[in-house]
Every structure is written in C-alpha cells, then in structure tokens.
Write a protein that binds this ligand. Sequence first.
Ligand SMILES: [Zn+2]
Ligand SMILES: [Zn+2]
Length: 129
Amino acid sequence: MNRVPPLADTGLWQAVMAAASGRCQCRGTCGKNHTKDGGRCPREHGGYQQHHGGGTVHLIAAPSDPATLLLPPHKAAALPRQALAAWCPTCHDGARTAARKAQHATAPATAPDSLFDLCPPGRTPCPSP
Ligand SMILES: [Zn+2]
Ligand SMILES: [Zn+2]
C-alpha cells in the first residue's frame, strides 16, 4: 500500500488544513457515516488516535470529490485548493477504496470495438484500415 500523501507538506497543504480547521473533512465518503461524531470524522491533525496503532494523526490534503480521488498525485497536485479536502489516512484509504469500487461498477464490461483497430505497440508500419 502506497502511504505517501498525494500532496506533501506544501503551501497548498497548509491552505487546505487552514480551511478545514485542521480536522478531517470526511462526511462518510470513506464508508463510515461518522454519525456518532456529528456526521464528520473527528480526527485532527497532530491529535492522538486511539485506534489503528495509536500515534499522531497526520492529515492528508487530497481531492474532496470521490471522482477525483483516484487521480495520480501529479494531477491531484494541479487541482485548485477548493477541490481539495483534509483527510485522515483512515478515511482517505476508505474513500479511495470506495471510489475504486464505484469506478469498477460503472466501467464498461467490454472494451469498445475501436480498440481492435489500434496497432499493436511496436508493430509498425501499421496497415491502414
Ligand atoms: Zn477521517
Ligand atoms: Zn471518514
């Protein structure tokens, strides 16, 4: 499992954390509804977590929309601050897993026919259709 945050400790990260008041902004995207915590994950950056082995919580700045959560880090880094949210690692993992499942559910089961018209890589010249 890749544990490197999509956005490292940058000015953007600082801005996202400031907007989130240093608290995880997950409202159930991870699959937990957080109802006993007022509908929002209670983890705060630098706070102590009692679960998952304990230690200090390090929040991550990552896309807030599940549709963009699966973007590779260099694309996520190009998003505007408004498209980012503060995530604790647990919610971030959960939300990405949920987004991946949703993506699989909506992906077409079969490849489009046009794929068969493409040249196989490394085989040139390509016969024209
Ligand atoms: Zn959280
Ligand atoms: Zn959550």
